[in-house]
Design a binder for this molecule. Sequence first.
Ligand code: ZN
Length: 459
Amino acid sequence: MFELVLKNGQVFWEDSLIAADLAINGEKIAAVGFGLSGRREIDVSGRWVLPGAIDAHTHFSLPFAGAISADDFYSGSIAGAAGGVTTFIDFTAQKGDEGVLESLSRRKAEADPLVGIDYSLHACIGRYNKTVEEQLPQLAAEGVTSLKIFMAYGKSGLMQNDASLLKVLSACRQHGILITVHAENGVIIDALTDAATEAGELGIEALPKTRPVFTEVEAIRRISDFARHTGCKVYVVHVSSGDGAHTLWGERVNGSPLAGETCPQYLYLDDSMLVPPDGHLWGCCPPIRSKPQQDLLWKCLATGEIAVIATDHCPFTRADKNTWNNKITSLPMGLPGIETFPGLVLNGVHSEKLSLKRAVRAISENPARIFGLYPEKGSLIPGTDADVMIYNPDCNTPISARSMHMRTDYSPYEGLACRGRNEMTLLRGQIVFNQAEGWKGQKGGGKFLKRKATDPDFF
Ligand SMILES: [Zn+2]
């Protein structure tokens, strides 16, 4: 007799759905099998029983262009749980010349009292200095096994030049730390932005013009050369274009230890939306791309050329976005996404853009492997955390900001007919969300996950 049994579901097991029961004892999955009985049983017939989604890229309470992203760690956890997310990975922020441990303890202190689902952090730096270098072994020992760097944003002091890329990748390789990188050519983007400023053309149409696909492709190719030379494993965040994704895969095939992430906005939104009067509400970096780029990106997902989908969740309200004064240089960049994330990816399964295997790997198993959380997270293997998403594949719910939990007053996907939705989310055996009652988890009930090193077999 198990404590809890999810009866008669379609359980995701070895890359496909099987008719089975899933039993839970305490915080752990106890068994997957037939005819299991529990003191408590929930009938989930007709539902898909999937591992909880992992959003490996969120920005809660992030200051940007005079605004602060609208979700904090608590509202973001609730929104995530509503969508079927049980773990997220956010970022630390380096102040001045401090090391990575100072920003880590500050960000943990901010998150711990608020988180409602499990979480980790990527250590994020602008300045790669001696202190950072000396602290890398301790950082990994604290369970933070990824370092985020930028190849753009020179004007905000975040960009690494080629000399520092070489240093930071060499050191991270030595300490078994994965590099996660924002790959856009910042020098070219700054030059194009300066030219647009001089010409007085900083409207929303300037966003894709000052950040053309070429700047992403060039940066991916360059970081790939650094990865190949140093042997450091590199994860490219928010690949926005099909050309970028395809380039990444070509480099990987040629022996470069790379993995790539894309986001739902690059799969569902295109640059025809970047026009007045409301185009700025769709402003994010890298920008949303053309339809052909989007089609190619779906193909790269279907073949596994892009391993992970995450959100880059960074929501602003209309009022925040409207402070931009018709200048992309003053626009708070980012889109809401954590709540619509698993639903939009699984919608791609219904519309036959990718297989269920690829979809579940992209939102759960692959981020768990790459970020040192597997199999505890990202699997339904008995003995591991009972993080489960119970998904109804047979309903149609048009996306509407009103019915969601993210603290924004618009959705970039408003009205989109999304087939299927999450109905119930379990975090370590506890129901933290169900459609009938909403949020049932606890503020501070999530825990900080100490991560292992990335799975070398993945690269
Ligand atoms: Zn981001």
